[in-house]
Design a protein around this ligand. Structure first.
Ligand code: ADP
Length: 407
């Protein structure tokens, strides 16, 4: 089964084409700056064992419809294409950011599903409209393919009330659905399943803490395979310190900023989402640069790293308490996969909880799944590269086969 995975943003379409027979990537790329003269379309075809062919086209991509059509032209190009005809693509798997409470799992898209995603627009005003555009455009470009929605929030729908409710008037939840939803669910679910496969144990038997550290960052506590808590909240602003997002702050800070600095609602939103986090503390939001600055003696960079890793450590302790016992702690995404330093600082001093990193294993170069805990410790500490696109393709295949009665 050949599946196209697309992640549609307000001015971009990221895509990956998979052959699910062997979970292999056939092609991938990005249409970006859609609607601008400076549009860019990139395409990489990945032949079996061969050298990838890369292409880059510059110039206006008028809208998402044109963007996807041009992607398809590249996919079926007789010389460099990945498939002979677009009819070979059986399904399109869409990343949808907010499924609200309506979606607890991946679902085949129909009119009702589109209406429910629309209903969740107030919860994700920047993302859900773009995701809907992707669904609409893919429906017209691939009229015969099954369209499937995979939600960032679905994995967290097992979180119990005591962890997803905020202590504010209950009507806010009942009437307006103000609650914790959590994000990065596709990544946390992929990591949990991959860990279970690696450890040779059923997911339902495992207690895990998964730590996704990319530009956005979040953690999940997974008890017997089900997510029981996560650091992001009603929006992706809550929880850990991120590249430019503050993570948890005292909820009264916005009132202080409005009262004393006369900042507008929009300015405060901008401050917390785009000017805070690592960037707000030390001026750089790329962790590689922050580490370099710290090594060069920059005190602000040092403080930024201390705040960043202390927050992670605090949540490890909290989630250990919530789970009662822990089988594995897993780092993933750009920083989690690539920075031994951040992993080490986040776990330092946790040996009483059975968590200790082995410096040699932690610092060893190379990618892939690996264990980095001291051999004698109870809790496995692991690095597992995330692959949200593959997970979306797997989910898409599963839901189609289920629909056909194949289990
Ligand atoms: P996104 O959330 O956009 O998918 P990524 O998962 O690619 O982000 O993570 C991006 C982050 O990973 C950046 O802060 C980048 O600096 C960081 N990163 C990548 N490689 C390294 C490295 N070797 N050491 C430290 N941080 C790294």
């Amino acid at each position: 089964m050949i599946i196209l995975v697309i992640n549609t943003g307000s001015s971009s379409i990221k895509y990956e084409l998979f052959d699910m027979k062997d979970r292999k990537i056939l092609a991938r790329g990005l249409a970006e700056r859609i609607g601008e003269e400076s549009g860019i379309l990139t395409y990489e075809i990945v032949p079996a064992g061969g050298k990838p062919t890369k292409k880059r086209e510059k110039g206006l991509i008028a809208d998402h419809q044109e963007g996807l059509k041009r992607i398809v032209d590249l996919l079926v190009d007789p010389e460099h294409g990945a498939v002979a005809d677009k009819s070979e693509i059986a399904a399109v798997g869409h990343r949808v950011v907010h499924g609200g409470e309506a979606f607890k799992a991946t679902t085949i898209i129909d009119g009702n599903v589109i209406a429910a995603i629309k209903k969740n627009i107030p919860l994700a005003p920047l993302h859900n409209p773009a995701n809907l555009t992707g669904i609409e455009v893919a429906g017209s470009v691939f009229p015969d393919a099954t369209q499937v929605a995979v939600f960032d929030t679905a994995f967290h729908q097992t979180i119990p009330g005591h962890a997803f409710l905020y202590a504010i008037p209950y009507e806010m939840y009942e009437r307006y659905k103000v609650r914790r939803y959590g994000f990065h669910g596709t990544s946390h679910a992929y990591i949990a399943e991959t860990a279970a496969e690696y450890l040779g144990r059923p997911t339902g038997e495992l207690n895990l803490i998964t730590i996704h550290l990319g530009n956005g960052a979040s953690m999940a506590a997974i008890g017997n395979g089900n997510c029981i808590d996560t650091t992001m909240g009603m929006t992706p602003l809550a929880g850990l310190v991120m590249g430019t997002r503050s993570g948890d702050v005292d909820p009264s800070i916005p009132f202080f900023l409005a009262d004393h600095l006369k900042m507008s609602f929009r300015d405060i939103d901008d401050l917390l989402n785009k000017k805070s986090g690592l960037k707000g503390i030390c001026g750089a939001n790329d962790m590689r640069e922050v580490i370099e600055r710290k090594e060069a003696g920059d005190k602000r960079a040092e403080i930024a790293i201390d705040i960043y890793t202390y927050r992670i450590k605090k949540f490890i302790g909290a989630y250990f308490a919530a789970l009662g016992s822990l089988d594995a702690l897993i780092f993933t995404a750009g920083i989690g996969e690539n920075s031994p330093y951040i992993r080490e600082l986040s776990c330092r001093g946790l040996d009483k909880l059975g968590i200790e990193i082995d410096p040699e294993r932690n610092n060893k170069a190379g990618g892939g799944i690996r264990e980095i805990n001291s051999a004698e410790m109870e809790v496995k500490v692991m690095v597992i590269p995330t692959n949200e696109e593959l997970k979306i393709a797997q989910e898409t295949k599963k839901v189609i086969e289920k629909g056909r009665g194949i289990t």
